[in-house]
Design a protein. Sequence first.
Length: 150
Amino acid sequence: MTDSRRQRGPQRTLTRALVVLIAALLLVGVLGYTPGGFAVQAAPMIVLLALGPARRGWLRLSALAMFAFWLLIMVLIWLYLLGLANVIMWDLAPIEIVATVVIGLASLAGIVAAVRATEPSRWSVRLAAFGVAFLLQVGAAWLSVQRFLC
């Protein structure tokens, strides 16, 4: 198997995981009557998807940061639902609980795909891409819960 063929699997998985994650967030927003907030949360990933993370090495690390952020949030929600932690405390409708599973699985698949994909970019570029993307996702999440969007 050639290197380019070996890379297509993780690249496709990465793109699909981003699409599923975005769709799940937007669906929760529509069903929860807060589409503006969830659109803001999805915005960094929509931009990333438009830039094509499967085709640019440093964008894979940006996607990795966003997947890691959402997996962390989902784990905190699951810990709350199981009564093991009170870091994030929300009352969730059944469809929102299903969405947390979908978001968590998409995030996990995206993390695995991003790690499996290789790239020629330097570590400093990859680290910067990861850090900037993570901060953008944190900023979008913070912005999404501000009163003017709710």
